[in-house]
Design a protein around this ligand. Structure first.
Ligand code: AMP
Ligand code: ZN
Length: 488
């Protein structure tokens, strides 16, 4: 189904802190370059990280829906991200390799694969180009040399640093209050750092210690700082100016501010036109058993509140039900995860799927051609959907249009089903998949059985399996989770 009218697409741009109409850099072009900061592969992604990638997927699908051709690049950080997120501490990759008694390369491969499999399960479209930091060391060295030629770097005992005071636009992006920052940061500064915001471009390998990942450079053996990879690789694949760059909200202050500085200090022109950032997924957890109101905390890889997609699956939740859970909140609002909220989302998702399944059966029995008089009604729904997604990716409003469509009985099943499939190009919920539609009560029994199995309560698990068989559903346990087959 083609978009009949071009409607303006408005996005909230962190650069400028306001909604702006989207236009590609070359006015006559439909091509859009999009760079998304990828995972640091020293551990599994948690469902908070995955929220950011789902938001970026919605952005990409919205652009495609609007007729743009997106060239999407995502990096894999497999070196240089230090444990304190600044310029001190150890490399997260090397620490993990020691802990797991594997090489850093094995660690990188293992967690990259796990991340890509999570993406697949969440129906996140893969980027056109994956780029690993360790495959682009020469590009990073070359970019640091350009900064050096501009006189913007300086050398300390542990590495080469970017002098943020020499790049006046530094504070613009992060909207930093430099004076307060100066006063507050004096104590923790790396010895010799000229400004608290200065950051490492190249770190030297420690003396008397061989790192698994290290390279020769004009400044000595070492490894790149965390931020330079995104600048060097995005320019390599998307050019010195491109349309969109995104990531989680925590990247605004440091990582993205540093990326902008590294590029614009060299090119002396605006690098990225639109910057988009997704808000956090938080988790509600009681501080003490006696407390009634749980504390909401950001989910983080280093915290003890770290949930993986696999854990959700173990609890009987479907990955796409998690995607549906995420789409119910706007990407710029914080969202709190809890088992109850996820349970409600899964029930909603199954209901949605069942309605679509009925519609599909109806559509299969009706003629393929849609009656002429139905077209204006279809168009009305389509415009409402487009208006929602084009208003800074308002997915809750878009889902409301979908829901209204499913409750509408003035259109034929064929006309409504075609629209659902069209909307699913953006929602990515696989709504037309021909899997067995499972009633909510059955899904709840499956979830209970999963919980019983987790607690090794085999008797209970078997009893539930029997109940399901009696109701006409057979369960097939596989390494990808539980599959349900309707047997009568
Ligand atoms: P990392 O693998 O730690 O580099 O993070 C990958 C992405 O997840 C980045 O874009 C982060 O900004 C984002 N992120 C980290 N924690 C959360 C969270 N709790 N909710 C949403 N996004 C997050
Ligand atoms: Zn980045």
């Amino acid at each position: 189904m083609k978009n009949t009218k071009k409607m303006s697409l408005v996005l909230y741009n962190t650069m400028g802190r306001q909604k702006m109409e989207f236009f590609p850099i070359a006015a006559s072009s439909d091509s859009v370059g999009m760079y998304t900061c990828g995972p640091t592969v020293y551990n599994y992604a948690h469902i908070g990280n995955l929220r950011t990638y789902v938001f970026e997927d919605i952005l990409k699908r919205t652009l495609i829906y609007n007729g743009y051709q997106v060239k999407h690049v995502m990096n894999i950080t497999d070196v240089g991200h230090l444990t304190d997120d600044a310029d001190q501490g150890e490399d997260k990759m090397e620490v993990r390799a020691q802990k797991e008694q594997e090489t850093v390369w094995q660690i990188a491969e293992k967690y990259t694969k796990a991340f890509q499999s999570d993406m697949l399960e969440l129906n996140i479209l893969p980027p056109d180009i994956w780029c690993k930091a360790t495959d682009h060391i020469q590009e990073q060295i070359a970019w640091i040399q350009k900064l050096e030629q501009k006189g913007i770097t300086y050398r300390l005992a542990d590495g080469i640093y970017f002098d943020t005071a020499r790049f006046p636009r530094y504070r613009e992006f992060a909207q930093l209050d430099m004076e307060n920052l100066m006063a507050g940061a004096r104590v923790e500064m790396v010895a010799g750092k000229r400004n608290p915001t200065d950051f490492a471009l190249w770190k030297f390998s420690p003396e008397n210690q061989k790192r698994q990942m290290e390279w020769d450079s004009p400044w000595g053996k070492g490894f790149p700082g965390w931020h330079i990879e995104c600048s060097a690789m995005s320019v390599r694949y998307l050019g010195e100016q491109f349309e969109i760059h995104c990531g989680g909200i925590d990247h605004v202050r440091v990582h993205h501010t540093n990326e902008v500085s590294q590029v614009e200090a060299v090119t002396e022109k605006t690098w990225v036109k639109y910057w988009l950032h997704g808000e956090f997924l938080n988790i509600a957890e009681p501080k003490l058993a006696t407390e009634t109101k749980p504390e909401e905390k950001k989910m983080s890889k280093s915290g003890d509140n770290f949930l993986r997609l696999q854990l959700l699956k173990d609890k009987g939740f479907q990955p796409l039900a998690y995607r549906y859970f995420l789409l119910q909140a706007h990407y710029r609002k914080q969202l709190v995860y809890s088992t109850e909220a996820m349970g409600a989302a899964q029930r909603g998702f199954i209901n949605l799927r069942n309605k679509v399944s009925d519609l599909k059966q109806g559509a299969e029995k009706s003629p393929v051609e849609i009656a002429k008089q139905e077209k204006p009604m279809q168009e009305k729904f389509k415009q409402a959907f487009l208006q929602a997604i084009n208003d800074d990716l308002n997915m809750p409003a878009a889902l409301a249009v979908l829901s209204k469509l499913l409750d509408d009985n003035t259109m034929s099943s064929r006309a409504a089903f075609d629209l659902v499939c069209d909307f699913d190009r953006v929602a990515g919920l696989n709504l037309a998949a021909t899997e067995t539609a499972v009633p909510v009560e059955i899904q709840e029994l499956i979830t209970e059985r999963q919980a019983a199995r987790k607690q090794k309560n085999w008797q209970e698990a078997d009893a539930i399996r029997q109940k399901l068989l009696d109701a006409g559903y057979e369960l097939l346990d596989s390494k990808d989770g539980v599959k349900v087959k309707k047997i009568r």
